[in-house]
Every structure is written in structure tokens, then in C-alpha cells.
Design a protein around this ligand. Structure first.
Ligand code: VAH
Length: 313
């Protein structure tokens, strides 16, 4: 049985559905800080504020789970607006989830991010093991989280595993407060208005991935043979390295008159400039067979179809 925190977020909302399809509805307990509506409410769901240790522990105990997937967090841009709150939620929540996993001997997943790298990290084909001096609160949270999850493995034997996610693109739940959110918005605006004003500058390369690949990676990693894992938390995984103009070119193959222009958001641009252009996923491939199925054009084709269906009257 799996407890998911942040079940109403961009990843959580699709992960809960995928896990319920894979392991059975009753075996996946979604939790978040607000009530569930729609499909997530069709299975076990509990209100949990991850910054309250008792709430995390008591729900894990009540359902006798064997796994925690901890997704509740503030994303990079939101964290930069309110760094103290970000530390409280991102680190306070993580410690509570890890403590629950330790006390109840649970398997544990939480994602890191390309945001765990900083401006002094090699930017192209960023290695699995390299310098990490992020200059954002989100990045500090992610590096600390990687180290903390590794600590709970080495010190307490908790089976912690994690990946460093690139920007995730999906059509089910909009991301909130991320630096890569532009890569989701661009598809909605292409369908609605055939034009998009990017807050990230032309030529700004970042790693990206379509949500189905992101969800498959979690299941594949959590089911991997632990004896094959040389790393534990924070496997680099990526599928696409793209800049805003690459998304526009891919969209124009379907909507030829789509127009892209720019109005750079200095906060998000500073964050994006501190992140890698492309990361090296070879450790994940070697240790647990990671392989992305969606490249940019395949993702664009599916995103435009799915988003269009949302607006077809
Ligand atoms: C963000 N989508 O933009 C998240 C993610 C790599 C980006 O961490 O903050």
C-alpha cells in the first residue's frame, strides 16, 4: 500500500491514478492539504499537512502502508518568492515523511530536480556526481533533500530512492510556481490563441520530460533490484533538452501560424540560467534501465491533441 503526499499537485494527481491502475485503487492513499475532487476522490484520500509529523505518521499507520511517495513541495519560483515558507514546507515536510518511513520501516520515494545544480555545475551533459552549489532556495531544498534521503538510507537502512526531475510537461494538472511552467502554458496558448509570450528568454536550454515518462520512471526505480543500485537518491533523468524556440518550431509543425514572442521574467530567468542545459541520464539507464519514450515532437503531438480536446465545445 502506498501513501502519496501532494496528491493534488502536477505530479501527484497523475501518479495516484497511475499507481491505482497498477496496484489497485484501495492500495493507493492520496493525501494533500485540501480536499480532493474528481477522479482522485474515487479512492482513499486523507487531508494531510506534511508539516505536521503526527498527520503524516497517523495516516501511514491507519492504512498500514509499506511505501511513501513524498511529492508535497513548493516549486522553484514560488520558493524564491517566499524562501522561509519554502524551507518550512520543503524540508519540514521531508523530515516528517522520512521519519514516518523510518519508524514504520517503509520504502520511500521523493523527487529531486535539475534545480539541485547551480551556476558552477558543468552545464552540458551534467554528470550524475558533480558540484552542486544551487543559488535558489528550491535548489538548497533539493540538495539538502538528496543528502537527507541518502542519510536515512545509510544511517537507518530506510530504502530511499529518488530521481532529479527535469521540467515536467502534462495536460492533466497545471504546474504551479515552477520555472519550467512556460513549457506547459505554451501548448494551452497555442490551442487557445495561436500565440504565446514566453517569460523565459530565447536560447535558454533546460531539460524537459513528458509526464508519462516521469511516472514510469518512479515505478521502474521503486521496483528495481536494490543490489543493482550504486546511487540511491537523485538519479539524473531527462528526455528532452529544449529552449522556448524549439517548442515553437515543434508546435508549428501542427499549427503553422503559431507565433512566439518574449517578455522575460527576471526572477524565473535567473533561476533558469543557474540550471544545466542538458543532464546525463546514463547512471539511471545503467542501474535500473531508465529510457524515455517521448521526444519533443512526440510529446507536442500528444499535448496538442489532449489540450485541444479540453477546449472542444
Ligand atoms: C520547477 N517544474 O520549475 C519544477 C522543476 C526542474 C523544474 O523542479 O520548479
Amino acid at each position: 500500500k502506498i501513501l502519496v503526499t501532494g496528491a493534488l499537485g502536477q505530479i501527484g494527481s497523475e501518479l495516484v491514478v497511475k499507481l491505482r491502475e497498477t496496484y489497485g485503487v484501495e492500495n493507493v492513499i492520496g493525501t494533500d492539504i485540501r480536499k480532493a475532487e474528481g477522479i482522485i476522490a474515487e479512492g482513499p484520500f486523507e487531508l494531510v499537512d506534511v508539516t505536521d509529523a503526527n498527520q503524516v505518521y497517523s495516516v501511514a499507520k491507519k492504512y498500514n502502508v509499506d511505501t511513501v511517495m513524498h511529492l508535497a513541495a513548493l516549486l522553484s519560483a514560488k520558493a524564491e518568492e517566499n524562501p522561509k515558507l519554502a524551507w518550512h514546507i520543503n524540508m519540514g515536510g521531508l523530515v516528517n515523511a522520512l521519519e514516518t518511513a523510518r519508524e514504520l520501516n517503509l520504502q520511500f520515494f521523493t523527487p529531486s530536480s535539475i534545480g539541485a545544480f547551480g551556476p558552477t555545475t558543468p552545464k552540458d551533459h551534467t554528470p550524475q556526481d558533480t558540484l552542486q552549489r544551487p543559488t535558489t532556495m528550491y535548489g538548497v531544498n533539493k540538495v539538502s533533500g538528496e543528502l537527507l534521503a541518502d542519510y536515512y538510507y545509510h544511517r537507518f537502512g530506510v530504502d530511499t530512492r529518488g530521481v532529479r526531475y527535469p521540467g515536467l510537461i502534462s495536460h492533466v494538472t497545471l504546474p504551479g510556481g515552477g520555472t519550467t511552467d512556460y513549457a506547459v502554458e505554451i501548448y494551452y496558448e497555442a490551442i487557445k490563441h495561436k500565440t504565446y509570450t514566453s517569460c523565459i528568454a530565447e536560447g535558454t536550454y533546460m531539460d524537459m520530460m513528458y509526464m508519462p515518462d516521469a511516472l514510469n520512471a518512479i515505478i521502474q526505480l521503486m521496483e528495481a533490484d536494490p543490489n543493482k543500485l550504486k546511487h540511491r537518491n537523485a538519479f539524473n533523468i531527462s528526455a528532452i533538452s529544449a529552449a522556448p524556440e524549439d517548442f515553437a518550431k515543434s508546435i508549428q509543425k501542427h499549427i503553422p501560424d503559431f507565433k512566439l514572442d518574449y517578455q522575460v521574467d527576471p526572477v524565473k530567468q535567473r533561476i533558469a540560467d543557474s540550471w544545466p542545459n542538458s543532464i546525463d541520464s546514463s547512471a539511471a539507464t545503467e542501474e535500473w534501465g531508465f529510457k524515455a519514450a517521448y521526444d519533443l515532437d512526440k510529446m507536442t503531438n500528444e499535448m496538442l491533441n489532449k489540450v485541444n480536446m479540453k477546449f472542444v465545445k
